[in-house]
Design a protein around this ligand. Sequence first.
Ligand SMILES: C[S@@+](CC[C@H](N)C(=O)[O-])C[C@H]1O[C@@H](n2cnc3c(N)ncnc32)[C@H](O)[C@@H]1O
Length: 477
Amino acid sequence: MAMEVDTEVDDFVTKSQTFVSWLGKSGVTISDKIQLADLRSKGAGRGVVAQADIVEDELLFTVPRTSILSPEISSLPNDITSGLDDPWLALILTMVYEHQQGGGSKWQPYLDILPEEFDTLMFWDEDVLQFLKGSAVLSKIGKESADESFTTHLLPIIRANAIAFKDIDVSDSELLALCHRMASTIMAYAFDLPSQDGPTSEQEDGWEVDSNASTAATPKGMIPLADLLNANADLNNAKLYHTPDAVEMRSIKPIAAGDEVLNDYGALPRADLLRRYGYLTDEYAKYDVVEVAEDLIFLPASKTLDLSTTALQERLDYLEEHDVLDTAYDIAHCDPKDLSTSPFPEELTTALNTLALSAQDFRTLKTKSKLTRPDPSEKTCELLREMLERRGGLYLHSMTHLDKKEIEDIKKKHDYLNGPFKRRLMAFEVLCGEKEVLAEAQGWVLKRSKQWLEAGYNKRQAEEKAEGERKGKKGRK
Ligand SMILES: C[S@@+](CC[C@H](N)C(=O)[O-])C[C@H]1O[C@@H](n2cnc3c(N)ncnc32)[C@H](O)[C@@H]1O
């Protein structure tokens, strides 16, 4: 596998070439139909590109298990990591250790191509983060808790094992910064590793890592080359499979020569993509959501409905018993003209429908131990409308949003990929996406409310007609 070089040789290219020859020496076998590519011109760093047409289920490369950078394979003595039962912390410590070994680390050419700087939210200054005001992602960055966790669990181990960590001669804050760098690398690059117990009987040939099965306790490792695949929403065309001794990257659909080989990072809203990976593409816009916290929902709804605190609590307890309550709910994209696809999760509409019931109807529901249907009632539509209004008010710039063309023009004008406004523009896109979700949900509620009004009108008309006919019959007698 040669590195595709179409620019003058620079440090980036030299490191890529050294990495590719290291892969060969490390037992990584690579199809000659793919190549590591320099994708800096499109703001995507390194990536893997097809050099020839690839059919479905073709083996693209194999990485032996011994080349995976993990606490298990690293030469970091086991007794140093044994006290850490969190796989993330164990891998961060292992990465710091291997980084400290310099040329003595068997992964040095690999470590050399990993990023030192990130566009992930963890590294944004407070004043730039403010451009995301209103998005729930701001509460998920977790810088303080990471600082505390590294300071409590990792720094003492590194200090206590000075020889193993090559007498690391830096201040605590520099060491903390190194831990953050490794943590962010892991967040964007690491894979879940299957347990060494092997695949279950019906999965003999190798098993795929099910990202949905990932938990905080799942062992993690850095898989050279596999982690150089970029991703673009559902355009993924390759997938990683584990066998007892190696991992294999295989195509999952035909890939034409010249196309990028893409992995799957998940159906992430752009706010989360920015938080974990530090980049955006339009293809992820369809996954954007607006998260609404419970405190914007139930208490304000009870006020609109004139429910007493006791009545509200009784209904929330009932909903809790039936597993309907959550601390926050995601509103998703919808077609405001099509009422068959609701932007609201069923749990939310069920909960609001329950709050909106009369005391008598709630008692009946409770006696039957049932839940209401998730289709929002007329009253619930009003509650949803008010909730959306409150949620929209949390954003930086009220509810207005720009259309796609205006965003494209701003991106062009400000050199989106390299300019100083890159992060602000990304924040801007995230907020525009979330506001679009809100605007669609508002349109949907409006249409549903109109439908209720029409249904009420038609019902009244029918009742009046029936009444008229009844009176007419009486008069004729
Ligand atoms: C697993 S790494 C992929 C390899 C990476 N491009 C590199 O040069 O090291 C994930 C990172 O690649 C970048 N990336 C992945 N997919 C991308 C895309 N479609 N567009 C731009 N950047 C992308 C992001 O910086 C992300 O954090």
